[in-house]
Design a protein around this ligand. Structure first.
Ligand code: NI
Length: 138
């Protein structure tokens, strides 16, 4: 690892045990890698808001039998076509669809698109996940 710096962290015993349980659950081989990922995740969460450029995915699960739902979701995506890079649609079962929409654009605008899609009646679950390939992640 380039320019790695070692430092000491002091934690209460109970908090350390929780951290080690977290490592085991997630499959981390070392505390260092888990701490690196937690810092990166927080940096992405802190930096993408407002006018910062954001990229990520909007995941939707919905019942395509709900009246006009598919048409509403498509109309909103056409309204915001400049934010959408690609859409993947999977027919999960007889009733349910999973849609994954890759997005990029100003953070506030991407969040607004996600909110519009997720809040429509009939969308059972939706989530915006923002990521980064930025140099700030090390
Ligand atoms: Ni479908």
């Amino acid at each position: 690892m380039v320019n790695a710096v070692r430092f000491t962290v002091s934690l209460e015993q109970g908090l350390l045990e929780q951290f080690d349980d977290f490592l085991a659950e997630k499959g981390y081989a070392s505390r260092s890698e888990a701490i690196r990922d937690l810092i990166r995740d927080q940096r992405v969460a802190d930096r993408w808001g407002d006018d910062q450029q954001a990229m990520g995915t909007i995941t939707l699960v919905y019942d395509h039998h709900v009246s006009d739902l598919s048409e509403k979701l498509t109309a909103i995506q056409h309204d915001c076509h400049e934010l959408i890079l690609s859409t993947m649609h999977l027919h999960l079962d007889h009733d349910n669809c999973l849609e994954v929409i890759a997005v990029h654009g100003p953070g506030r605008t991407v969040q607004s698109l996600a909110d519009r899609l997720i809040s429509i009646k009939g969308v059972k679950h939706g989530k915006l996940t923002v990521t980064s390939a930025g140099r700030e992640l090390g």
